[in-house]
Design a protein around this ligand. Structure first.
Ligand code: BGC
Length: 405
């Protein structure tokens, strides 16, 4: 019997820490004509409260916490590494371990330093070296305290949004006014934040950066299991839709899976399904239940996504995100139970699954949408910063106590 199945929650620095003032997102939230519904502000004040938050996760019975280290805190100016910020994340990892929680560290969860965006972000070929230099500093600081790492969060999400028709095709992108303002404020000629913008040439640089990070993290801690996390919908078809679905999945998922040769696991992040007819994705129509994000309520997508990734790569899967935005926590409880049942079915079908992290730890900052969508298993009163676990938080604890799915 290998290592125990891990159960827990995931979050990302910019979405919960608060005051991430050197990041590209923070800058983009504050310029004129910003496309963000509201700025992230103090978020859930997790940077100050993370040690208590870990104790809360332990009390709920979780065995894993996936969090991200914020590049812009660690390297607020290019080449200038901030020791107290590094110490903070080392202490957070240690705090997890002291509470029998496996820390899973994401090296980059979308947000980057503002200086990086002003140099073209991931579209600049030097982004690979820039990320590599940062990863080396972080991996050496964390050392053998962290045995689970994700390099990049959803480097495929821009392609997926384009394939779903939510983002324009690469040659249709026009610079936003706020990007011009942001470039001016950051002292660059451009301002490129992921995943806003054309998917090329960023895709090549992201894939190269991933490969580089895997090597760096393995060199610093050979025991560390490293993977890329990917947005993976459950691709389903209507009559005649097979080719369109396969082509879309090839561009949005397979290209990335093909770059995971050196990885120890694939991080699967699933929220819903996409159904294809010969023309492309079909809208689910007015009668289906939808989440606050407008996605179809379809928890069984998780099992489909796991089975696909496991059978295509032959590698173990870790569910690094799965969840639902809703004001009605009883819908989250149902979503969780059904998603876990579908994960169990995928395991019975032959997939190796190492763990499950629900998205999200808290009701947090949902990027351009601000604080309206509620993804958390723990509610946060953002005036008092009081945390209140929802019934779904306890249900996740029940699954954790039940053990392997
Ligand atoms: C991202 C998270 C995001 C979540 C819900 C994932 O794509 O990794 O940052 O909050 O989906 O939309």
């Amino acid at each position: 019997m290998g290592s125990p199945f891990l159960w827990g929650v995931a979050g990302s620095g910019h979405q919960i820490e608060g005051g991430n003032v050197h990041s590209d997102y923070w800058l983009a939230e504050h310029v004129a004509a910003s496309m963000f519904a509201e700025p992230s502000g103090d978020a859930c004040d997790h940077y100050a409260r993370c040690f208590d938050d870990v104790a809360l996760l332990a009390s709920l019975g979780y065995s894993c916490y996936r969090f991200s280290v914020e590049w812009s805190r660690i390297e607020p100016a290019e080449g200038d590494f901030d020791e107290p910020a590094l110490d903070h994340y080392v202490a957070l990892a240690e705090r997890c371990r002291n509470h029998d929680i496996e820390p899973m560290v994401t090296y980059n969860h979308f947000s980057c330093p503002a200086w990086f965006a002003a140099r073209g972000g991931w579209s600049d070929p030097d982004s690979v070296d820039r990320f590599g230099r940062y990863c080396t500093v972080v991996a050496e600081a964390l050392g053998d305290r962290v045995d689970w790492a994700c390099t990049l969060n959803e480097p495929n999400v821009g392609v997926q949004l384009r394939e779903d028709g939510i983002f324009p095709a690469d040659d249709q992108w026009r610079e936003f006014d706020w990007q011009r303002d942001a470039a001016r404020v950051a002292g660059g000629s451009q301002f490129s934040i992921f995943p806003i913008g054309p998917t090329q040439p960023s895709q090549d640089h992201l894939l190269a950066a991933h490969g580089r990070a895997v090597e760096i993290i393995h060199a610093a801690n050979p025991r560390c299991r490293v993977g890329m996390t990917l947005a993976v919908q459950d691709y389903q078809t209507m009559p005649g839709g097979h080719e369109a679905a396969a082509e879309s999945r090839r561009k949005a998922v397979d290209v990335y899976l093909d770059a995971t040769g050196g990885d120890d696991f694939i991080g699967v992040q699933t929220y819903t399904r996409a159904v294809y007819d010969p023309e492309g994705v079909v809208d689910p129509g007015p009668d289906v239940e939808r989440t606050q994000m407008g996605y179809e309520f379809y928890p069984e997508a998780l099992g489909g996504a796991i089975s696909y990734v496991a059978s295509r790569t032959g590698k173990p899967v870790f569910v690094t995100e799965n969840g639902i935005a809703t004001e009605h926590d009883e819908r989250r409880v149902e979503y969780l139970d059904r998603a876990v049942a579908s994960m169990r079915a995928a395991v019975t079908g032959g997939a190796e699954v190492l763990g499950y992290c629900h998205w999200s730890i808290f009701d947090n900052y949902e990027w351009v949408h601000g604080y309206r969508p509620k993804f958390g298993v723990i509610a946060v009163d953002r005036t008092t910063q009081q945390r209140t676990p929802k019934p779904s938080a306890y249900r996740l604890g029940d699954h954790a106590r039940a053990g392997r799915p």
